[in-house]
Design a protein around this ligand. Sequence first.
Ligand code: TNX
Length: 499
Amino acid sequence: MKILITLLFTCLLISCGDKTSQSPQLDKQELLHSELLSIIPYPQTVKFHSGNLQLKDVKVDAAEGINTSLLALNNLLQTLEVIQSNSASSQIILSITDLPELGSEGYRIDIQNQIVLKANTDTGLFYAVQTLSQLLPSQTQGSYTLPKVSIIDSPTFSWRGNMLDVARSFLPVEYIKAHIDRMARFKLNRLHLHLTDDQGWRIEIEGYPKLTEVGGASAVEGGRNGFYSQAEIRELVSYAQARHVTLVPEVDLPGHTQAAIAAYNKLACDDVTNLSPYSGVKVGFSKLCLTKPDITYPFVKDILSQIVSLFPSEYIHIGGDEIKDPLYPQFIARATRIVEDLGRTAIAWEEGSVADNKTDVLLQLWNDKYDIQPALDRGHQIILSPCTYSYFDHGNFAGQPNTYDWCRKEGVPLARAYQLNPQKYKQVKGVESAMWSELVHTDSTADNRLWPRLLVTAELGWSQEKNRNYQQFLTRLDLLRPLLDSLNIEYYKEPELNW
Ligand code: TNX
């Protein structure tokens, strides 16, 4: 059957008769006949039963203590104007089970004469609701047809992430909230915020008002300045928690620190003359003065203590990229220990692997060619963000205006992003795509760079290798376009889909 749909789709996509630039023409019903569901990320196992379930009104029966998933279900039913009533003919049952194979995020859906959602946790049920929502249309209809299926699903990786660089150009609270909502729809669960860099400092730190007065006022040329107050951070953290997204904060140290240095000049070495705010795009020129430990380490400790008190994330990112200093390895080792003493675990960009870190420190691989093997041999786990596949500041197509191409001159088209095979790497904690913002200055540009490519990240992070097929992905993606529209996403109109 799968072969059949692949052939059918390929035929539609490339050229059968004069259909050269036609988009895939399957609708959800046709897809069902081919035994493929329009779901991203694709679930682990799907078993079709014969027939459909008609849904008009429902009775919802939820076990006690279920909150976020019930809220998500109620929202879904409300959006689709499905009336809830005790005398309804269909029932949706949400229950907590104890099935080890589902883990903490997996779920089961059984659609027969009723709809039964089961998981070990509220998180699993939340994801079951997201899957159910993708089986339904995004717009209201009088009644709804659901295929009779059984789905058993759980993620491949616990870390399914995206990084937003809010330092070069700021993204407002409302955008971050929308982004969290959108991520959660596709079971992405880590939002890494790159909060500080040369061009800006974006988080309020008590006792250091100039970090935001001076550091928050600058931005990359053409970009947005601004910062998050601690109250806003708390609000974002709880907003994300309710959607099963963990906010992972990054304070980039000891390089990429011109905004901090412009705010507090003493953080620079005494011979440094460039102490001004910076709005260029070059990297690798600034650093905290590592030969002034009495100034540098108390600063680092103060900052990280407040970061830890604001963000419940188990992992705290200390940056560590693109800097040359003989004391760099000592700095990284000490910074990762500071995080550990605060009860958390550090993440560093790949270069941090040269330091004497404890092996639970996570390393984020960004340069495809970096030799991470010695760190793997010592037992470290990695987050995969190889730039030739996962850098979404690179073009959706070669030569896209206002995109980088330093890592891959052809850019990172959707098809290329999908070619990353995490299973080829070892000791992988998960995947994370990165959107740097030197050239991304508005919400709509951010949408264009992130979508639909972020759906690739969702699928690579969740779905098993055997369930990943690019042509099928395109078919599913095309069918989910109304969902992207309903989320007001200003996605890149992918020509492969004739969008
Ligand atoms: C490299 S990847 C950087 C960033 C830039 C990005 C632009 C990494 C850890 N550092 O500072 O914004 O390239 O693509």
